[in-house]
Design a protein around this ligand. Structure first.
Ligand SMILES: Cc1cc2nc3c(=O)[nH]c(=O)nc-3n(C[C@H](O)[C@H](O)[C@H](O)COP(=O)(O)OP(=O)(O)OC[C@H]3O[C@@H](n4cnc5c(N)ncnc54)[C@H](O)[C@@H]3O)c2cc1C
Length: 382
């Protein structure tokens, strides 16, 4: 088992030397980034959050954020696949039975097992914490049937953390989480991912049709799924998506500032794009957006790590703010990139498309603001 700093250094190397050079090809071919995951797995990154007792590095949410920002600078599709794996592993680590942990975590720590979340359903859309599917009793076990609308790494991941309402649920939040292995009878991936950005993500719809599970596959106590989603999944997911947004923004900023220095105008005696005051102004706005987004992210991580009760509002808000900061940076970068960027040269246009996902991924930025507004006014969220 490698220590956290060694894994983070290897993650940075992989991001620069493997993820970044392949990012355009992954995007254009809309190919699942299997080679990148192999490289990350070999470097111990897939075990970053897994406790040392199961062969991982025992990293924290702060270290997860560092890893994801670095990956997103190289290839945002790969970073999103890694984030969904981190969320699944954090859930199993926090609430899985010992048997479930032993069946998944050591292999994941060795880079031999990829996990993901299958929460979102067509019937409840971005309100992912309220699935409309409901388990049915099947002798001592259950039958799961659900229409999952977006599953990152669909058909590529080895296991899926699936949400569903409890058999005979008494409310919309009476939910269980189950671990379903790839290849389970009745689990099918429906179609290909045609998304605007994060094209390597394989975020396809998937259907569960009478998938048999027993209580051993349940993660956590009976009926505790909603609580687990809020306490374990949400902080990892929100901070993770925010880190990816900051990573995309940082990559776009580096790219466009280099371009502004290099782009010269013959008619102006070889003056650089960077010498134009309006360009400097836009770059200043980008720098400020990026620093503000990063500062909010760091403050959220500090509060979450300290167990601050006020952390939840920031855990919600930071994903929306980082998404806005990222869109602000990449949109300005597209303007400054001109025909070079519009002509899909240099990777900026890929970053512009990748940056759009964070605001719609659940909870969407608008839903987050609904929550933050209610929480700030003392109105119950549910
Ligand atoms: C690249 C990508 C990968 C994904 N990967 C996964 C995954 O691995 N696992 C998974 O479970 N899901 C995943 N998702 C799904 C995602 O998390 C959302 O569930 C999905 O994008 C919601 O889409 P929808 O069209 O159903 O949203 P809708 O519910 O139709 O919402 C559409 C819009 O309506 C507005 N809106 C809705 N409700 C409110 C409200 N209460 N207040 C204010 N505004 C509101 C918002 O503007 C929102 O953006 C992924 C999505 C993307 C884009």
């Amino acid at each position: 088992m490698a220590d956290v700093e060694t894994v983070l250094a290897a993650n940075e190397k992989a991001s620069r030397e493997a993820l970044a050079p392949r990012a355009d090809e992954t995007d254009q071919a809309r190919r699942f980034p299997r080679e990148n995951l192999k490289a990350l797995g070999a470097a111990g990154v897939l075990g970053l959050l897994i406790p040392q007792a199961y062969g991982g590095s025992g990293g924290t949410i702060a270290e997860m954020a560092r890893a994801l920002e670095m990956e997103a600078r190289g290839c945002a599709s790969t970073a999103m696949v890694t984030l969904m794996h981190f969320c699944a592993m954090a859930t199993i680590t926090a609430k899985g039975s010992e048997e479930l942990k032993q069946s998944v975590l050591p292999r994941a720590a060795r880079g031999e097992h990829l996990g993901t979340l299958a929460f979102s359903e067509a019937g409840s859309g971005g309100h992912f914490y309220m699935p409309v599917s409901e388990a049915r009793q099947n002798g001592n076990g259950k039958l799961l049937s659900a229409s999952k609308s977006f599953v990152t790494s669909a058909g590529e991941a080895d296991s899926y953390v699936v949400s569903t309402r409890r058999a005979g649920a008494t409310s919309a939040t009476d939910v269980n989480l189950y671990l379903v292995p790839r290849g389970a009878d009745g689990f099918t991936v429906r179609g290909k991912f045609e998304g605007l950005g994060l094209a390597g993500n394989a975020s396809a719809p998937a259907a569960l049709s009478d998938v048999k599970v027993d209580d051993k596959a349940r993660i956590g106590e009976e009926g505790s799924g909603f609580q687990i989603m809020l306490e374990v999944v949400l902080p990892h997911f929100q901070i993770g998506v925010a880190s990816i947004s900051i990573g995309i923004a940082a990559a776009a900023f580096d790219l466009i500032t280099a371009r502004a220095r290099e782009r010269k105008y013959e008619q102006a005696g070889g003056a650089a794009l960077a010498s134009i005051p309006r360009v400097q102004f836009l770059v200043a706005e980008m720098a400020i957006e990026l620093s503000a987004g990063r500062a909010y992210l760091n403050e959220t991580i500090r509060k979450a790590m300290a167990g601050d009760p006020a952390a939840m509002i920031d855990v919600l808000g930071v994903k929306a703010k980082a998404a806005e900061a990222c869109l602000g940076v990449v949109s300005r970068a597209m303007t400054l990139g001109g025909g070079w960027a519009f002509g899909r040269r240099g990777g900026l246009e890929r970053m512009f498309r990748d940056a759009q996902a964070a605001a719609v991924m659940a909870p969407a930025s608008d839903v987050i603001k609904d929550f933050v507004g209610k929480a700030s006014l003392g109105i119950p969220l549910f």
